[in-house]
Design a protein around this ligand. Sequence first.
Ligand SMILES: Cc1ncc(COP(=O)(O)O)c(C=O)c1O
Length: 435
Amino acid sequence: MPRLAIHGGNPVRTIHFPSWPIHDEQEVQALTEVCQSGKWWRGAYSQSELGAEATTGRSRVEEFEKAFASHHGTRYAVGTSNGSGALDIALKSIGVGPGDEVIVPPYTFVATATSVLHCNAVPVFTDIDTDTYNLDPRRVEDAITEHTRAIVPVHFGGILADMEGINTIAKKYNLKVVEDAAHAHGVEGPDGKKAGSYGDIGMFSFQQSKNMTAGEGGAIITSDRKLYELCYSYHHYGREEGHPWYEIHRLGWNARMLEFQAAVLLVQLQRLDEQNARRAENARYLTENLQKIKGIEPVRIDFERGKPSIHLFIFKYDKKYFDGLPRDLFLKALHAEGIPATGGYTYPIYNNPAFLQKHFYPYQCPIQCSHNTIDRDYASFQEKCPVTEKACKEEAVWLTQNMFLGDHEDMDDIVEGILKIAENKKEFKEYPHRP
Ligand SMILES: Cc1ncc(COP(=O)(O)O)c(C=O)c1O
């Protein structure tokens, strides 16, 4: 039996997985064109707004908005400087404000919940489904109060959330749905619709780790003209099209996407479907093989019905089948074999010090705000969200999207690395960190 690399043996893999981001001459040329044009922000093309100072030509941001909306089957898109800004603005556009509660999953990047706080409203966490790690609609219904205004499902890791279940509840209680599709560019449901187009409004992130990227960036999509106009205005300092430049109609932000970002994203969008298809095929093959290993259970993805993006490939690790080896040690051993896996989030969002201590706005707003009648104790969610607790503490293992851009041989290495640990689990008996 070959010795584990963590104990001095040879690793399964010594070459890197495909690196990310991927670019070629097209990005370089697109960036050079913007650079040389001297028009680095979209305002340079807004003749109606800037009058004499504006110049003619095509704004890459506008072009990208049209292409991205069309790719996702919506009528409108607004490009933003990042995904967090897109979320803040999307929530603001549906009217979230003081006194409101918004239901979010606790197993997601913190921005899903802090965007609610930025609207001076209260995030309420409901647990994820143990099979999919996406928001569980059955639990959403239990968390609804008279203050609930919206639900924010996250298509976690690029796997479509149960949008039928969530939209049914939203309709029943007259709630808005904002899809956090930060991981889900081009993800398609069984009915052919795209992530971000199921709810009232959806948002995406183009931060460097995402399946299409400009380093930073974001987008909002919707088919509702009113919401689009509000989002456009909020991201443009509260301005309105057709009105004087220095006339401000609402409290907005400067969250505009740069021409540089759009130029890169227009190229990245062209590669998205082909890259996602490759990721999905490798993920399907890996799932098939991991399912044969006791104690390893990939999160459920229905590869036959729809198209996932595999922003993250997640499997559940059960130490019971690894002689009690804790996940962190399993991860260290896997790393040593040349397979870079992580355990993901350190803890559920509500366990972050900012939440436990309600360190949000001054005077304990929005939790102890006169508009808010329910004083939320975020520690109380620990009991209500056992699936998330387990995922963070001991179970989840993440592999990132770039690892799926190669071929089946890369997947075979992942399987071999895990099998090697399973076969050598007794070797850890003397390991100093063993509990
Ligand atoms: C689920 C989720 N939502 C929102 C965001 C925020 O996006 P950004 O980093 O572009 O601000 C992220 C970023 O990682 C995310 O993972």
